[in-house]
Design a protein around this ligand. Structure first.
Ligand code: ASP
Length: 456
């Protein structure tokens, strides 16, 4: 045995060289895409565990299998026949089975699914079949074992994900399989009933599998080259991000940049397993590497990315001597809590505090909240702005450089953007500005130009 394989971990895995490759919906949408998956797997012997989503869209206007399955379930719940939609699903899998030249007993599988669907097994069960069947097909096609996530990915009776139990169960089972395909997106309650993660949850399965087999890397194969420094719908041809830290990614995802399910970060983060976002349609491209500590000095960049979104409300309270009044902010947050509303940001001054809430959350309760604030907090003045967009400029490199904030504010001033609010995260990794909704795109472009286009 060569040196490379000499280290056996406590769990019995050969430590070096295991890669977990998760393929998203577009990467497994049909037999053509699966052929790409096969050559990716064959190109690197260390890609031993594969996690798949359900087949996604093949072209613009196509349907995702998961959406069709949910739709079937809704039909049944309303006593409307769903035969036609179900048939679309059957046909898609059958076409894949035929083109791939494998046989996984689809007729029996579909008979069982149909019967459980009619018996009211529920949305989670039906939706999970998208991944289940796809993993069966993929396993047969790649010549790997099929390992069902049911019984291994575990939730408690309340539906909370049980990370440690899952980790042990997966590690124990996967040890028995040198190579395996595991369906993403779902697991089981203690009574064996299927429970799914939220949409896009196959990313989480990939991450927990990577943790369980102590992978050296978690590859997340999708249809983009990774993260970009800004939204390509706003900035033309933004630069790709080669390396990003988990924390930077968290900030960018929170502010609207989406490639990866946000809960996919935690399992691998604790184990220092990097995530590599890759493009199935361009496998030579290195993609984006998500690591525990990105070294921004490596590529000279100051900022890592810009993200943001529109439609927030900012409520600003002023009260003389607020800072010496005990529990003032706590009471403010208590009022919001009473309406089931969480806040996004809470910038404060000596005698002022602003609370930023997404308009979606407010959902018609603004006036009641303001009345209650008036009664219970007796502020000197209250200002409300319902038309705010937030723009986050994120980068671990910002803290070390002098003049970053000045450069950002100058860029916005020159673009004639009026800044309505500033919040610098205590991590010094981001600066968030609130601007009017109408200035959102201008602000993103101005910041991008100041930090990326006009030199680093
Ligand atoms: N198929 C599921 C969805 O469409 C899960 C996934 O693809 O990650 O949300």
């Amino acid at each position: 045995m060569g040196k490379r394989f000499s280290h056996i971990s406590q769990r019995g895995y050969i430590k070096m060289g295991i890669k977990v490759a998760k393929f998203g919906g577009s990467s497994v949408a049909d037999a053509i895409q699966l052929a790409k998956v096969k050559s990716i797997i064959e190109a690197d012997d260390s890609r031993k565990y594969v996690v798949v989503s359900a087949p996604g869209k093949r072209f613009d206007g196509d349907s995702k299998i998961t959406d069709l399955l949910y739709l079937c379930n809704t039909h049944i719940e309303h006593n409307v026949p769903c035969d036609q939609i179900f048939q679309v699903v059957v046909d898609r899998y059958k076409a894949m089975e035929m083109s791939l030249g494998v046989q996984v007993g689809l007729d029996e599988e579909f008979a069982e699914i149909r019967q459980k669907l009619e018996a009211g097994e529920g949305a989670d069960y039906i939706a999970s079949r998208g991944e289940y069947l796809n993993a069966k097909l993929t396993a047969a096609y790649l010549g790997m074992d099929f390992v069902d996530a049911a019984g291994l990915v575990r939730f408690n009776e309340k539906g909370r994900f049980l990370d440690e139990e899952t980790d042990q169960a997966l590690a124990e089972e996967l040890k028995k399989h040198e190579r395996a395909v595991i369906p993403g997106f779902y697991g089981t309650y203690p009574d064996g009933k299927i429970k799914t993660f939220t949409r896009g949850g196959s990313d989480i399965t990939g991450s927990i599998v990577a943790k369980a087999v102590e992978a050296e890397i978690y590859e997340n194969w999708t249809d983009v080259h990774g993260f970009l420094q800004a939204d390509p719908r706003i900035v033309k041809d933004p630069e790709p991000i080669a390396t990003i830290s988990y924390s930077e990614l968290r900030e960018l995802s929170y502010m609207g940049a989406s490639v990866l399910h946000e809960n996919a970060i935690y399992p691998v983060r604790g184990q220092n397993i990097p995530i590599n976002i890759r493009n199935t349609n361009d496998p030579e491209h290195p993609g984006t590497m998500i690591v525990s500590k990105a070294k921004p000095e490596d590529d000279g960049r100051i900022i890592t990315g810009i993200a943001g979104s529109k439609d927030f409300t900012v409520i600003t309270l002023c009260k003389n001597m607020m800072s010496s009044e005990k529990g003032y902010i706590k009471r403010l947050l208590g009022i919001l809590e009473g309406y089931g509303i969480g806040f996004e940001h809470l910038p404060s001054g000596i005698d002022t505090v602003s609370v930023v809430i997404s308009n979606k959350q407010l959902n018609g309760s603004l006036q009641d909240i303001l009345d209650e604030i008036d009664r219970k907090l007796n502020p000197d003045s209250v200002e409300v702005n319902q038309d705010i967009a937030l723009v986050a400029t994120v980068g671990a490199g910002m803290a070390k450089r002098r003049g970053t904030a000045a450069r950002l504010f100058t860029a916005l001033a020159q673009a004639e953007v009026n800044i309505r609010m500033i919040d610098q995260g205590s991590s010094e990794m981001n600066i968030i500005v609130g601007v009017n909704n109408k200035d959102f795109e201008t602000s993103v472009r101005a910041i991008y130009a100041a930090f990326v286009t006009d030199g680093k």
